[in-house]
Design a protein around this ligand. Structure first.
Ligand code: ADP
Length: 297
């Protein structure tokens, strides 16, 4: 299964250009769409999920025209929106059973089988009789995945699913996504670099409605590997370094500041070559420092 997005654009009524000729090819497996808040990720996800109209462009899921054949797409799609709300007073079992009915699983025995299976798969079986209002953020997101998996969709879209999860819940959620990504296409939008680094075979970076970079995370890291330099500076020195170098990230380290700069030559001045990471790729790209010849996304 392949999702092909071509020149997709969307401008909101207030003049904000949310998507600017987005072109991306998303193969089977896990695909990470990485970008800061406001980059246009949710707009793209909603258009792909057939919940919002675009202004121009095309989207094909194999030979299905996503912008036109919406019912067809909905049959193949599972979607976990960013603001997934649940009814706090009903139990996980009741709500999933209700969603299954809405999805057309009318046979009671079959529904029970489906709902039981999904609650087990998402590790919610033990808490199935608890009200959703008592669920932690991580449990709620796993419930969101359970409902997205109803109908056994081939394409799953998850919008910022790990925002607000604690580290343990994030690991658990990653494991779940990685399981479901084994035999499906999963499109994961996130502003958290480690979501993509941990999970995705392919990725793209989006900012201000434009795709800046795409490829396999490891290749993108290779592409930048000789250009990242690190140094510890004091707080007082930082502004001067920011003026003179392409500082792509700053991080506190035992009360001092570790900076990474992008430079094609050795900057000297106490900088050491740093081992490049996906975070460096991301920050250098967003800062406009890293812009390899536009690949075929
Ligand atoms: P992301 O999901 O990456 O945070 P969004 O797609 O939510 O990005 O938003 C992209 C841009 O479009 C932002 O500048 C946002 O403020 C704007 N935007 C989103 N929804 C609307 C809307 N309904 N009306 C006007 N502007 C919007």
């Amino acid at each position: 299964m392949e999702l092909r997005i071509r020149n997709l654009s969307k401008t909101y009524a207030n003049g904000v250009v949310a998507l600017d000729r987005v072109t991306l090819t998303i193969p089977a497996g896990m695909f990470g769409l990485l970008g800061p808040n406001g980059a246009g990720k949710s707009t793209l996800m909603r258009i792909l999920a057939t919940l919002q109209e675009c202004d121009s462009g095309s989207v094909f899921l194999d030979d299905i025209d996503v912008l036109d054949e919406k019912d067809e797409v909905r049959r193949m799609l599972g979607y976990l929106p960013q603001d997934f709300g649940v009814y706090p007073k009903v139990t996980a079992y009741e709500l999933l059973d209700h969603f299954a009915q809405l999805k057309g699983v009318s046979n009671k025995a079959r529904r029970r089988e489906v709902v039981d299976g999904l609650l087990q798969q998402t590790n919610l079986w033990e808490v199935r009789e608890q009200r959703l209002g008592t669920f932690s953020g991580g449990m709620r997101q796993r419930f969101g995945i359970a409902q997205a998996l109803l109908g056994d969709p081939r394409l799953i879209i998850v919008d910022e699913p790990t925002a607000g999860l604690d580290p343990q819940e994030r690991v658990r959620f990653h494991n779940l996504l990685s399981d479901i990504g084994e035999d499906r296409t999963v499109l994961l939008s996130t502003h958290i670099v480690s979501d993509v680094a941990d999970l995705c075979a392919n990725m793209a970076i989006i900012n201000k409605g434009q795709v800046l970079l795409c490829g396999e995370p490891q290749d993108l890291i290779y592409g930048i590997e000789d250009y990242i330099w690190a140094r510890v500076v004091t707080k007082q020195e930082l502004p001067e370094f920011q003026k003179r170098y392409a500082v792509i990230s700053t991080r506190l380290l035992s009360g001092r500041t570790l900076i990474h700069v992008y430079s094609e030559d050795d900057p000297g001045e106490g900088f050491e070559p740093a081992r490049a990471s996906l975070e460096d790729v991301y920050f250098a790209t967003i800062a406009g420092r890293y812009n390899p010849a536009a690949g075929t996304c």
